[in-house]
Design a binder for this molecule. Structure first.
Ligand code: ITT
Length: 194
């Protein structure tokens, strides 16, 4: 199986979540497929399918892709599908996170609701396609907390756990995360047809 992502943080989580399904998962880079994919879709599912199709055109393996993002209700669900591109693709997450915390300054707890969303798409060697989506609900914190995970994890607080996703272990995050849930759904779908 090839996973059409260039994001190392995602890839680490994906390997752990998928270990009972597939022992060998290659990233695009490991599979020697180094292409630039323009994420021109308007939904997570569309973008995940665009990535999976682009890589599937170069291989006969099963290809999966992840498109995900952080939706902050108070900011009209920004940054959403533009999460990686927010303030520029190469801008550090300490700057992106600080910017979002600033934009929420003075906003009370109950209005800080947010979610991580993840769509996983699959393109099978015979051309069949599938996509699933899942989310995890939380709140935007008041400061960055924790150093695990990646991206917006330090500002995403999960009330049930009393921690940000950057304070959870990888296994704990995978249990509750958008990516963990979506990949488990995808495993169920694939098990039905493979
Ligand atoms: P690929 O397209 O190569 O997979 P990407 O990082 O560009 O990598 P996306 O377009 O799906 O991926 O953007 C997702 C962004 O959403 C990601 O870069 C983070 O900023 C954010 N994000 C998604 N899941 C996250 C998570 O579990 N923890 C923290 N931030 C997350």
């Amino acid at each position: 199986m090839i996973f059409a992502t260039g994001n190392e943080g995602k890839m680490k989580e994906i390997r752990m979540i998928m270990e009972d399904f597939c022992e060998e998962i290659s990233s695009m880079k490991e599979a020697g497929i180094e292409i630039d994919i323009s994420e021109s879709g308007t939904t997570y599912e569309e973008n995940a399918l665009i990535k999976a199709r682009a890589v599937a055109a170069h291989t006969k393996e099963l290809v999966l892709a992840d498109d995900s993002g952080l939706e902050i209700d108070y900011l009209d669900r920004e940054p959403g599908i533009y999460s990686a591109r927010y303030l520029g693709e190469d801008t550090s997450y300490s700057i992106k996170n600080a910017n979002l915390l600033n934009r929420l300054e003075g906003v009370p707890e109950e209005k800080r609701t947010a979610r991580f969303v993840c769509a996983i798409a699959a393109v099978l060697p015979d051309g069949r396609e599938m996509a699933v989506r899942a989310a995890v609900e939380g709140r935007i914190g008041y400061e960055e907390r924790g150093s695990n995970g990646f991206g917006y994890d330090p500002i995403f607080f999960v009330p049930e756990m009393g921690k940000t996703t950057a304070e959870l272990t990888e296994a704990e995050k995978n249990q509750i995360s958008h990516r963990g849930k979506a990949l488990r759904l995808m495993k169920e779908e694939l098990r039905k047809i493979l």
